[in-house]
Design a protein around this ligand. Structure first.
Ligand code: NAP
Ligand code: F7E
Length: 324
């Protein structure tokens, strides 16, 4: 039987490798888009031991002619758009790049599908950042969007363009509204990995402090390895739709610090943590927590990894790296 073909954009990031590993386990042929670099970084693919199992193609989501050509030649059954300038903190200074990649990259993707392979099923990497500082303490698919950063605004455009292509051209296009998800291959600028990496450095005698921004922020953090399964499940449904993917459990940065230092058996983190204005944002999201009932009921998906298990996994892997 012919293998299903998946095209994954965002292959060198966190989610691309976890998703690709899942697709390979399901016997897909996996193509991945990687940007051209003088020194390409395939560390995350290597970490999951799939760098030799995926077909990497050099390209860029902002280049529509590149996507048009690839849609015609690869003819993917499934197209996962995970490519983004995904760091909220950088999006104020990089507002144009963020918009070009996240908003117009999505438009390029949807146009390429519509023109060259309209039966390709499309996954859009949406985000809980769309909610901003929501009025309700728990957010679901009907909670109004109030984006509060250039990143969130770019993702708002992508969200509605995905809905529009679904409604106007019958493209099988779904938005995953994913809450924060992390792993040992999370970028080191994001707060979870910044903390687990910092704790590991302190444990191994390579640093003596971690400098952070707003310690009062609260998030709903899950494990990336669990969340990519929800992405795949959305594209296996008869009908496309939008789904919140979250754990439904909220923690603060202080809770994260408690668990991370505890995992490394270091007492009294207050002596190792400082704050600096450089890591605060022009506009902050104070509290997010997702209601995942729709994903549970329709996709049959649920998170498997608790916050404590996630943080322990990350600290353990970071200590292993610094112990080598
Ligand atoms: P990530 O680690 O930042 O990865 C983003 C990927 O996009 C990288 O491989 C990056 O390549 C690639 N990329 C950037 N600009 C590109 C361009 N012009 N053309 C092609 N590829 C480009 O993000 P992630 O955590 O895996 O997240 C995956 C997606 O989910 C993103 O769209 C993100 O916005 C969204 N999301 C993430 C979370 C989360 O908590 N992780 C939550 C909600 C939504 P380089 O490394 O070469 O720049
Ligand atoms: O910040 C606070 C910061 O950068 C989380 C992306 O994947 O998830 C991610 O966006 C919170 C914020 O993630 C530091 O102010 C304090 O309140 O880890 P983060 P994020 O902004 O929530 C969403 C769902 C996405 O879609 C995004 O792509 O932590 N915080 N001190 C800090 N944050 C950072 N980065 N660094 C600090 O020193």
């Amino acid at each position: 039987m012919k293998k299903k073909v998946a095209f994954v954009l965002g292959m060198t990031g966190q989610d691309g490798p976890y998703l690709s590993k899942l697709l390979l386990e399901k016997d897909y042929k996996v193509y991945g888009l990687v940007k051209r670099y003088s020194n390409p970084n395939l560390d995350n693919l290597k970490y999951l031991d799939i760098d030799d199992s995926v077909d990497l193609i050099t390209g860029d989501i902002t280049d529509d002619s590149c996507l048009n050509h690839l849609l015609k030649s690869i003819k993917p059954d499934e197209y996962y758009n995970l490519a983004a300038q995904s760091f909220v903190g950088a999006s104020w200074d990089l507002n144009k790049t963020t918009s070009e990649v996240n908003a117009f990259g999505t438009l390029n993707s949807l146009n390429a599908i519509k023109l060259h392979n309209p039966n390709t099923r499309y996954y859009q990497a949406g985000t809980s950042e769309l909610y901003g500082n929501a009025d309700s303490s728990i957010q679901d698919e009907s909670t109004p969007f109030k984006p509060r950063s250039p990143y969130a605004v770019s993702k708002l455009y992508a969200h509605w363009m995905t809905v529009n292509f679904r409604e106007s051209f019958s493209i099988h296009a779904s938005n995953g509204i994913l809450f924060n998800h992390e792993s040992p291959i999370r970028g080191k600028e994001f707060v979870t990995r910044k903390i687990t990496d910092g704790v590991a450095q302190i444990k191994c005698g390579k640093a003596d402090k971690i400098i952070l921004g707003n310690l009062d922020a609260k998030r709903d953090w899950g494990f990336a390895g669990d969340y990519v399964e929800a992405m795949w499940l959305m594209l296996q449904q008869d009908d496309p739709d939008d789904y919140v993917v979250s754990t439904g459990v909220q923690n603060s940065i202080r809770d994260l610090l408690d668990i991370a230092f505890d995992a490394a058996e270091i007492k009294d983190w207050a002596g190792y943590v400082e704050t600096a204005p450089a890591f605060k944002r022009p506009a902050e999201l104070h509290s997010l927590c997702g209601n995942n009932s729709k994903a549970k009921n329709i996709l049959g998906w649920q998170p498997k990894t608790s916050f404590k298990e996630l943080v322990h996994m990350m600290v353990k892997e970071d200590i292993k790296r610094y112990s080598k």
